[in-house]
Design a protein around this ligand. Structure first.
Ligand code: PLP
Length: 394
């Protein structure tokens, strides 16, 4: 065949999350939405803040060329200035200026651009398993190998010794995601400092450069935990962000890449990020939503609905004897499967109309991810099914 086989293979590969979500949709049509407990997707259930709608309405009054025209490849200066000012207010002077930012179509584009900007063919990029499955696709298509390192199985913090052991002369980057999808963990400052120490030591020992890619779409969704600003812990950090979760705008595709001014390779990286955007055709993020950022970067996300769901789910499952990692952020609960094979556990859950995602999809055996970005009623009404599922193992 004359078409690109790798691309065809990615197209043909099944995404378990999408498959379960499609099954849930079909099942809801069959037996009624209220009888299916779909915990599969990470689609925010909290509506976008009113300020987003108000901002869009104001923009609609602009002349068409301004409203719908091309922006600079890296985004409107005023939008980048708004983001930089917000980051500076929150994390201190010198955190960012407009020139350090490249606006993107969400975290997917931020990460693809970043990998294309830093890796050369044959390089390795370390991910902390369990991890968001698309990382592998973006890493491999940038020409690198995706190297999985399991998180500490007790705490799901980064297992720093395991990362250190996995570093080779070809390691170009380590990706971290905190607050974490799928676990809901938040990496502590001590954990990040230990990771930074290990990366510096490896750089020194090997004479190489290792970037820390901080993927942070869930930064604003926390339940009291501190989410340390990673560039203040490790100098060679690149931050990838998205408003998909924080402003509940996943379909609008808006986010950014930040090369902090403290990154020693700042100027080259800024050029490489621009070049990667150009290479991939990821230029000029949606103009209307760039304008939304000018008004809404500091809109507080209403995480109360997620907090309420989190309480109901953790209290309910705990009373039924399930083990899970207490979530500190994002909107996922990482629940231990009641048998070693998470797929088999999932099949039993599915027979009871419970649809979490088995952990094998995230590169880790023995757990399921329960996305609680659903209605409160879904959580409450699912409890009898969770009870039946637990009882079936006694
Ligand atoms: N990174 C993580 C950890 C995610 O969970 C997601 C989406 O669910 C993404 C990146 C991609 O986000 P976006 O919708 O902004 O492309």
């Amino acid at each position: 065949m004359s078409i690109n086989e790798t691309s065809r293979a990615y197209g043909a590969q099944k995404s378990s999350i999408r498959e379960i979500a499609a099954y849930a949709g079909a099942r809801k049509a069959e037996i009624g939405a209220e009888n299916v407990f779909d915990f599969s997707l990470g689609n925010p259930s909290v509506p976008a803040p009113d300020a987003v709608r108000e901002s869009i309405e104001r923009s609609l009054a602009l002349p068409a060329a301004q409203l719908h025209g091309y922006t600079p490849a890296n985004g409107l200066p005023a939008a980048r200035e708004a983001v930089a000012a917000s980051l500076t207010r929150r994390f201190g002077d010198g955190t960012a200026s407009a020139g350090d930012l490249y606006l993107t179509c969400g975290a997917a584009a931020s990460l693809s651009i970043t990998f294309h900007a830093v890796v050369n063919p044959g390089d390795e990029v370390i991910v902390i398993a369990p991890y968001f499955p698309e990382y592998r696709v973006w890493i491999e298509t940038s020409g690198a190998t995706c190297v999985e390192v399991l998180a500490d199985p007790a705490t799901f913090q980064v297992d720093v010794a395991a990362v250190a052991a996995a570093i080779t002369p070809r390691t170009k980057a380590v990706v971290i995601n905190s607050p974490n999808n799928p676990v809901g963990s938040v990496y502590s400052r001590d954990n990040l400092a230990a990771l930074a120490g290990a990366l510096h030591e490896a750089e020194k020992g090997l004479g190489t450069t290792i970037y820390l890619v901080a993927d942070e779409p869930y930064r604003e969704i926390t339940y009291g935990a501190e989410v340390p600003w990673v560039p203040s812990v490790y100098d060679r950090t690149i931050v990838c962000y998205s408003y998909s979760k924080s402003l509940s705008l996943p379909g609008e595709r808006i986010g950014w890449v930040l090369v902090p001014p403290t990154n020693p390779d700042h100027d080259d990286l800024i050029l490489a990020i621009a070049g990667a955007g150009r290479k991939l055709g990821f230029v000029c993020a949606p103009a209307l939503f760039q304008r939304v950022l000018m008004d809404c970067v500091d809109c507080p996300s209403d995480v109360e609905a997620y907090a309420k769901n989190r309480r109901a789910l953790t209290e309910g499952l705990s009373a039924l004897g399930y083990e899970f990692i207490e979530p500190e952020g994002a909107f996922y609960l990482w629940v231990k499967a009641l048998e070693p094979d998470a797929e088999k556990f999932f099949e039993r859950a599915k027979a009871l109309e419970l649809l979490p995602v088995p952990s094998d999809s995230f590169g880790c055996p023995g757990w399921v991810r329960v996305g609680y970005c659903v209605s409160y009623e879904t959580i409450v009404n699912s409890m009898p099914a969770w009870k039946k599922l637990a009882a079936s193992y006694r």
